[in-house]
Design a protein around this ligand. Sequence first.
Ligand code: GLN
Ligand code: ZN
Length: 772
Amino acid sequence: MSVTVASLGFPRIGPRRELKTTLERYWSGKSDQGALLAVAADLRARTWARQKELGVDHVPSSDFSFYDHVLDTSVMVGAVPAVYGWTRGPVDLDTYFAMARGAQGEAHADCSHCCTHKVVDVPAAEMTKWFDTNYHYLVPEFSTGQAFALSSTKIVDEFLEAKAQGIHTRPVLLGPVTYIRLGKSQAGEVSREELLCAVLPVYEEVLRRLSTAGADWVQIDEPCLVLDLTHEDRTLLATAYGALAEAAPAVKLMLTTYFGGLGDNLDTAVALPVAGLHIDLIRAPEQLDAVLAKAPKELALSLGVVDGRNVWRTDLEKILAVVEPVARARDIVLAPSCSLLHTPIDLAQETTLDEDVRRWLAFAVQKLEELSTLARALNGGRDGVAEALAASSAAAAARKTSPKIHDAAVAARLAAADAALARRGAAFPARRELQVRALGLPAFPTTTIGSFPQTEEVRKARAAHGKGMMTDADYGAFLREETARTVRWQEEIGLDVLVHGEFERNDMVQYFGERLSGFIFTKHSWVQSYGSRCVRPPILFGDVSRPKPMTVAWWSYAQGLTDKPMKGMLTGPVTILNWSFVRDDVTREQACRQIALAIRDEVVDLEKAGAKVIQIDEAALREGLPLRRSDWQQYLGWAVESFRIASSGVADATQIHTHMCYSEFNDIIAAIGSMDADVISIETARSKMELLSAFAEYRYPAEIGPGVYDIHSPRVPAVEEMTDLLAAARSRLSTEQLWVNPDCGLKTRKWPETRAALVNMVAAAKQVREVA
Ligand code: GLN
Ligand code: ZN
């Protein structure tokens, strides 16, 4: 029996973020399309060759994208909304970028490649998170009577491009059922069935063309197979794959699932007329037996045994023990659990990481090496790769017992934790009375969410300090000056609860990660977030504790400048967890509780220093929701408890705020309620306060700051717009419950619009108080 290795997709951004650089040069008019295309072609060639060298048998093509693979699919099938001015024929690159980023008349003024450009002043398509990752895709938008037609041959072109370089690739296609499901239609009036039937001929055409070009296998991604599917969804899958099998019988489809187990969709999956099935054995190792029992012998099985979503080195012997018996019985393909898009590229670029932690890590390149080692062990015996296996086992053993990871004090503290740790002293009504007395705030108190504009100047100072070109003393003085000015200005315009502005923070998670033990940071290990935007998530590798206060000095400095209450400002445990690469040797739940204890220490210290109001942001609580509804309760249970552990160390008179920057609460409102925060601020301006209904129906007992203006745009709202929104809020909630604040932090805004908007916001609150 033979074992081969597949890659399901490789990071596109380039080892030195070459794609980012060239895209941004092109967008700003500094280089032309030729330069962009050349860099992209070079990146693709290097990526194919690299994977081949690493021992990959099934090298993917068309996993490359100038911006996003879902957008590529929309362009392939000609789903381009009318606003972009495209009629038919191949979709040009500028229309593609207009869909991705919007296009403005003035932005093109000095831009040579755009002077003949037809697209002006159009908004970007909506963007949202790709399943439970931090990668964002562009939401396909379907109109009534949506027609589809093959409008980009990228997938065929790239297959031929690789072929010309002597590399036979396995093209990657986003499956039609998942594609349609990811989209939205105007007013929701076009059914999925209609859309699917309309789009299938394009997919058929694509497969026929790939077949003619010489492709034998095509990877077709249907991650929707790990979601809760209805009977109708399953019928759609059967229809789709029946049609595709008939259209191009010579092309073998590798139906690829990831981010979870097939669960109750297993029967559907194995019944589809495809040649192969890829399953994720990292997220759902338990599904192997069921899949083996159901999968027909002739179905090629691809096993995702190396984690495509995390950065840890694989314990190869552990995997061999699982796959050896399978490989004796049938041909298998070994692969990462999903595309490597979600991991950094190459650990070799990190030359200054802690040596021990380094030995426990594997990025995209290392993961493919691991797969090739596994395949060699299975095909030719362990002896040929004895050294690599021994190194893997040694690393796994060292990690298991390393004192860098395991902190007995943290373990003891968690073991001693009881229910009381996650409970405030009194219930909300009693706390409220004490807080009203302690704070003496007017009705409709005004505040902001924490950050003030991170200007060019602030970023420059931070960069200079980071490079050692600005002394600690000078940088400290600069930050104090920014903070002082911001505090004074908030006083002047009459805000009620002030903030220090967060000028010292690079990022709301990184700032805390850098101050907690158990986290490590990379220098070059970027992961694409969307388009040209990349992030370097912190790596949580060990037990978490807080060696010393993280924010108290800044809070004290700021409070020293004013008699108004100054809010302490922290990032919550769930958000820190969800925006990091996390350990795979403890559960997310355990890791989250550890972070919660560390944040609790900070909350207690802020209170000791005199803080009467402390905000713990949980911006990422909702996005951590599991893909399957049946797993929600468990997640929400520990997520909420973690927040409560973090927030319950203070006296009843201390007011705990939380903030969430999104607007879908209907399905998690009970969990939000049980967080038991005294005040929650949320995003509501764009939904015109509609989402407050969820809070009203639930009879949310505590206080709420529904955002009265959208901070995502520089537009300054008039006083009247905000009084209207407040009136809408009052029709749903009681006067005593309401706070007045923007939707989210102001760090991405500029000062002029921030000043104007907040002055109007304070005026709106004053007007509403008068009539109340
Ligand atoms: N306190 C943070 C800020 O104001 C919150 C940001 C967020 O919720 N994303 O920037
Ligand atoms: Zn926010």
